[in-house]
Design a protein around this ligand. Sequence first.
Ligand SMILES: [Zn+2]
Length: 413
Amino acid sequence: MDGTKVPSKPVVYIGSQELAKISSLLPSNQRRSVIVHSLINSLGLMSNSTGESKRRLRVVTPQRATRKDLAVYHTEDYLDMVLTPLENTTPSISADADFGLEDDCPLFAGLSEYVELVAGATLTAARALQQDLTDISICWDGGRHHARKSQASGFCYVADCILAILALKKPLQAPLPGGAPRSQSHQRPRVMYLDLDLHFSDAVSEAFYSPRASVTSQILTLSIHHSSPGFYPASELGKVSDAESDDFDPFTLSIPLLQGASAVTYANIWPIVERIKDVFKPSYTIVQCGTDALAGDPCATFNWSLGNVDGSMGWCIRQIMQWPGKKLLLGGGGYNSPNTARAWAYLTSIALDDPLDLSMEIPDHVGFPLYAPSFTLDVPAGNMIDQNYEDYLTKIHANFEGVITALENKFNY
Ligand SMILES: [Zn+2]
C-alpha cells in the first residue's frame, strides 16, 4: 500500500515488447514504437519506483481488444476486412478501396494484430482510469484520429480515440474500488478530447458532432491544427468554430492555425483552451499528442518547440496536468521518429511531475545514433516564420467569445 508520503497513485504506462513490435509495423511509422519505448526505458523512466521522484510509473501490458470491443464503434464489414490475416484474403481492389485500404493505408502483414493491440492498448489505459488504478494513463501507441467506423484513412486503421471516449463516457456499473462513494459528476462522466496533432481530428470530431442538439453533451472535442486548401484532411469542421453559423455545435470545436505556428501562437490561444475546460469541467481529458506540429517534422508546416517556454508542447501538457479530473495521454502522428521519442519521453517525465532537463544528453542505447547531430533531448524551434499574425489571432479570439458564451448557455437552464 502507498505510504503517507506518497499519496499519488503511479502513472500507468501502456507498454510491452509485443505492442512495440506490432505497432512498429505501421507502414507510415515503421520502427517508431520501438524507438520511442527504447528511449523512455533508457532514460530510466520505467524504473523510477524508488528514489525521490514524486510519482512512480507502472508499466501495464495491454489486453488485446476483442471483436466485441472493436464493434462498439467499427462496422462488422470493416472488422471482417481488417481482422482477417492478409494471407487468408483474396485481394480485391474495389473491396479494399471501399474500406480505405489503399494508398496511404495499404493492407499489411500483421494488420489484424495491429488493430487488436492498438485498440486494446488505448482501452487498457482508459480502463485503468475508470477502475481508479491511476489518474494519469499514457498510451503512446494510440491516438489514431483519422480512422472511421468503416474506413481507414490518413495512416489510421483503428479508431482507438473514439473507442476510449465511448468507454469513458459510460456510467460506472460498480462502486469504485475501496468503497469510495461515486460523485454526482461521475455518474455521467464528461470527456474532453483535446487534439494537438498538426492535422485536424476529423474522424473523432465528426463522430460526436451534433448540430442543433438540445441536450448537453457528455463529450467535447477541441482540435488545434493546420488547415488550408489541399491540406489533409478536408473537413468543414476543421475551420475556425463560429457560433453564428447554422451548423454550429458548441461541443465540436476547432482552432486552425496558419503556417509556422510557434510556441508564441500556442501561448496566445491557450487561454481559450483553459476557458473551455473551465466551462465544460471534464471528468476525463484525453490529449492526442501527435508530434507532427513540432519543428523538424517532415510535414514542415508548424514550428512548435518541445520545451520550457510558454506555449511550447511541454508547457501545454504541464498546464493540462494541473487540470482537475483524470487524464489520458495518447500518441498520434509524428514522422521524425527520434524527435517523437524525445517529445513523448519528455511528456512522460512531465506526467511523473519530474520533468527531465531538455539539455541532457541522450543515453547510450540501441537507438543512440538516430539522435545525431545534437544528441540532446530538446526539440528546439527552427527558422520558419510564424504567420499567425495579430489580425488572425484576434479573429480567433473574437469567434471564441461567441463559442464560449454558447457553451455556457448549454449549462445554464
Ligand atoms: Zn498528423
